[in-house]
Design a protein around this ligand. Structure first.
Ligand SMILES: C[S@@+](CC[C@H](N)C(=O)[O-])C[C@H]1O[C@@H](n2cnc3c(N)ncnc32)[C@H](O)[C@@H]1O
Length: 271
């Protein structure tokens, strides 16, 4: 797939940042193994709703940006016969592989930038799943949407449950609703550059932020996401927005304030 050199360079820097963040995920390995072994499902209720009867319609699920694989393997606990997880971070893929091997779960792991995948996964998936902090790392939304289309079998389903771009409006550290001074507007399509992780997510990596790899993120407007998927050939079945969050992005905000704006959204499409 042809994507811009600049996009590849930013993805590569993100790869290094995620390899660093994998140290945090490594600490949770034992707990994840026990959770999955007990039949646990780490997905949120909003997305599980769209995955009912997975045992009847899903032979193969592909999870793009699978991180350390807990959400991917949860799809098996929900009924998928086999899963394929793709992630740019070799450290994350290493952790995911450890989990499926120790648990004897049917999984294949691919360490790759999703936009650099060849044609191996074309028309392989009954379900393509992604989200929970995934699309913001992708610099080329058209290439992303085309990849999803070609990975699905005809009749296959695409599900994304993702952080809402409106969350980028607000200062994540503030104790009242306050614009983030770095936010340049919903339609700016700015690429945000940062170093270090918020303690509410990755915690202390024992390396100062300015020694960590630079990360690049984009707050894609919802219309950019939906239109890229429609242009790629998919059919929209459902679009929902929720006040609920999947992580504590605004640890100091009162719940009543946080729930005044959409925190997450789901899109369900079919090929
Ligand atoms: C927040 S995680 C995804 C959510 C996941 N469910 C979890 O357990 O946290 C984001 C993942 O996207 C991966 N990633 C970022 N850019 C990528 C790219 N271009 N191709 C493949 N994976 C990518 C990162 O390595 C990271 O593991």
């Amino acid at each position: 797939m042809r994507i811009l050199r600049q996009a590849m360079d930013k993805h590569n820097s993100n790869r290094q940042a995620w390899n660093e963040a994998a140290n945090f995920y490594r600490k949770g390995l034992k707990e994840s193994l026990e959770f999955l072994k007990g039949g646990g499902v780490s997905l949120c209720t909003q997305e599980i709703k769209f995955l009912s009867g997975l045992d009847k319609w899903c032979q193969t699920a592909v999870h793009f940006q699978c991180a350390a694989g807990t959400d991917t393997l949860s799809l098996i606990n929900l009924g998928a016969k086999e899963v394929i997880g793709v992630d740019i971070s070799e450290a994350m893929i290493g952790l995911a592989r450890k989990k499926s091997e120790r648990l004897g779960m049917k999984a294949r792991w691919i360490n790759s930038d999703i936009l650099s995948l060849g044609n191996d996964l074309d028309m392989i998936a009954d379900l393509v799943y992604t989200g929970q902090g995934a699309i913001n790392w992708i610099m080329d939304i058209q290439a992303w949407a085309k990849l999803i289309f070609r990975t699905l079998k005809p009749g296959g389903r695409f599900l994304i449950f993702e952080g809402h771009p409106v969350t980028y409006f607000f200062d994540t550290a503030a104790s009242e609703l306050k614009f983030d001074p770095e936010f340049e507007g919903y339609f700016s399509r700015k690429i945000y550059e940062s170093q270090g992780w918020t303690p509410a997510y990755v915690g202390d990596l024992e390396v100062s932020a300015n020694q960590q790899s630079v990360k690049y993120e984009r707050a894609w407007p919802i219309s950019d996401i939906i239109n890229a998927l429609l242009d790629a050939g998919l059919t929209l079945k459902r679009f929902e927005e929720y006040p609920d969050a999947y992580w504590k992005e605004f640890p100091n905000l009162e719940e009543t304030d946080r729930m005044k704006f959409p925190n997450t959204f789901c899109i369900l499409m079919t090929r």
